[in-house]
Design a protein around this ligand. Sequence first.
Ligand code: OOG
Ligand code: NI
Length: 270
Amino acid sequence: MNTTDFFNELWKQYTTKAPSAQKVKSLFEEEGNTVFNDHIAIRTFNDPRINIDVLSRVFIKMGYVSKGEYRFEAKKLYAKHFEHQEDPNAPKIFISQLLLEECSVQLQNIVKLLLDGVDQEVFLQDDLILKGRVWKTPSHATYTTLLEESEYAAWMYVNGFCSNHFTVDVNKLSSFDTLEQVNHFLKDNGFQMNTSGGEIKGSADQLLEQSSILADKIEFEFEEGKQNITSCYYEFAYRYPKQDGTLFTGFIANSADKIFESTDMLLQKS
Ligand code: OOG
Ligand code: NI
């Protein structure tokens, strides 16, 4: 599969889980914009079978290189971002992993058993991140147990491998000059913003401003029956130039920490 097909397929799967993203993109297009994607993000556990090193392989093959690393103490997460070596228009890739050894033994056992139950060949495939949840049907009881300890773990348990968000490159929108204007437009159209840490995370000083709408809620078939879960969300990023005049391409840990919460059910109003 070539790079374009890969990202198209990823977008297709993402928008089935996050129909709001498709709606927002269409609204921007109706205003005369062409929408470019700044980055995508993938979540995983740091089990050696599916850790960042494993999930990034497919991108390395496409010509991506590792550029930055980030640590989220409270959430027990570690992340890396990747950029394409030649193509500055290729979306950046942000991959995070839950540090299992810092979690409870109970959580570690849940994840280990889950992964042990999967045909191990699946983890070696290049299109793993297009496969969604590759383990057995989740139980709502286990979901609740995970949720008490880590929203990230619970989200991963039901959603599996995918792009949990795409990101509108606000610099390239023709009908908006600022992220504030974008947020205003989103709220006018009835979308709920992630307000954790403020509607806009980051600043011109930090060379990156970000906002996101809350993840869509979808009905999910657990072992015990149907329940709502959060799926994927849409992000908006505005980048500022560095001293050398080129745009900053990294991420800001403090902002990312709050962006993660876009999938937190507790932030949802209704
Ligand atoms: C990633 C959150 C961080 C950013 O742009 O800082 C992020 C996630 O929700 O998995 O995307
Ligand atoms: Ni992001």
